[in-house]
Write a protein that binds this ligand. Structure first.
Ligand code: PMP
Length: 399
């Protein structure tokens, strides 16, 4: 019999979250996460997916997955180091290294898993990690797991980073110091100041770690933020996910051969969790091949993103510091942001409200992700709905 104490604790906490508007109302999609989605039989223009290049529904990628499942089976059957490494996994890692311009790469089951794995395999209680205050949750958890001292610096504030790096190194308290940043920040769509971060790292001898989940496929002609800045030789860890622009699932670290060899013997999700399923691996390989051989989807992504951003700005929306397709519409007040997102939903646009605690209080926003797969008609229709929703909200405010 489950414990009544646990049930009453959870029910109270869930009711509190619901009251604060932090409940999780998940609505299953009745088909793929493409530019138009279906929920409860109703179609929506989808501005909430990370399927940047539309590759999640690309026939070539689907076919590669189906073929691999027939040859290799549905599951990998073991962890990588027992006998869950198939020739496909090795091929994916070679492709990833070539894609990122590094000596080697290692694949994990997800981007989240990858951050949990990689940080704690290299850093420990004798070390310190300088972490941008807006870094992704998986970086925060990976840092905690390592037991290193975590020193947060203000978002993209290079003076603050420089001062804290100097202090940490000169204190003599730490064996190693690492600086960790997202390449592209997922709530604002701004790009990390990697050239400055690398200069500071080289000045103080820091290890560098860039999680480019939202930059790969999107910046640097698709190769990512590090390539965009021409810094491939100067970054120790290039992290990525295979679930966003690549359109499938998985995560990876690209770096030097000794780094990848070390992660293969020391990172726990690699050692103790079953490897990626063959279909997913084959689909990732096909996706990377497409991405490397053609910039067509990449160019469409940027055309669409620039078009949609210009449209929102002309309508008077505040898109903040966005420099990438991630386009927040900053509304401010939490309740108003939720209301705005609900109006969009009622009118057929799926764009989620993102509020405190995911973003700071008073900076609620609706986050938009235009992709390569949207047509101009879809984006125009979405902009019309945005304009009408804005008028409706203004009328409510006035009344
Ligand atoms: N890092 C960052 C910066 C992310 O935005 C995300 C995805 N939200 C992840 C890691 C996790 O990646 P995945 O979804 O592949 O687990």
């Amino acid at each position: 019999m489950p414990s009544g104490v646990l049930r009453s604790f959870l029910e109270t906490r869930l009711a509190e979250l619901e009251e604060q508007g932090l409940g999780n109302s998940i609505e299953p999609l009745e088909g793929p996460n493409g530019p138009v989605i279906t929920i409860n039989g109703k179609s929506f223009i989808n501005l909430s997916s990370n399927n940047y290049l539309g590759l999640a529904t690309d026939e070539r990628i689907i076919e590669a997955g189906i073929q691999a499942m027939r040859i290799y089976g549905a599951g990998a059957g073991a962890v990588r180091t027992i006998n869950g490494t198939m020739t496909l996994h090795a091929e994916l890692e070679e492709k990833l290294a070539a894609f990122k311009g590094t000596e080697a790469a290692i694949a994990y089951q997800s981007g989240f898993n990858c951050n949990m794995a990689a940080i704690s395999a290299v850093m420990d209680q004798h070390d310190a990690i300088l972490s941008d205050e807006l870094n992704h949750a998986s970086i925060i958890d990976g840092c905690r797991l390592s037991k290193a001292k975590i020193i947060r610096y203000r978002h993209s504030d290079m003076d603050d980073l420089n001062r804290k790096a100097k202090e940490a190194v000169e204190s003599g308290l730490f064996a190693k110091v690492m600086v960790i940043t997202d390449g592209v920040f997922s709530m604002d769509g701004d790009v990390a100041k990697l050239p400055d971060i690398v200069d500071i790292a080289e000045r103080y001898g820091l290890i560098t770690y860039v999680d480019d989940a939202h930059g790969s496929g999107v910046l640097g002609k698709g190769a990512g933020t590090v390539k965009h800045f021409g810094l491939s030789e100067r970054i120790d860890f290039q992290i990525g996910t295979l679930s966003k622009a690549i359109g499938v699932v998985g995560g990876y670290v690209a770096g030097t051969k000794p780094l990848i060899d070390w992660l293969k013997v020391r990172s726990r999700p690699f050692l103790f969790s079953t490897s990626l399923p063959p279909a997913a691996v084959a689909s990732c390989i096909a996706s990377i091949d497409i991405l490397r051989n053609s910039t067509e989807a990449y160019e469409r992504l940027w055309d669409n993103a620039n078009y949609f951003k210009r449209g929102l700005t002309e309508l008077g929306f505040d898109i903040g510091a966005s420099e990438t397709p991630i386009t927040p519409c900053i509304i401010g007040d939490e309740k108003k942001t939720q209301r705005f997102s609900r109006i969009l939903y009622r009118e057929g646009v799926y764009a989620k409200a993102i509020v405190f605690p995911t973003v700071p209080l008073g900076t609620g926003r609706v986050r938009n992700m235009p992709t390569a797969a949207h047509t101009r008609e879809m984006l125009d229709r979405a902009l019309e709905i945005y304009a009408a929703a804005k008028r409706e909200l203004e009328r409510e405010d006035a009344g």
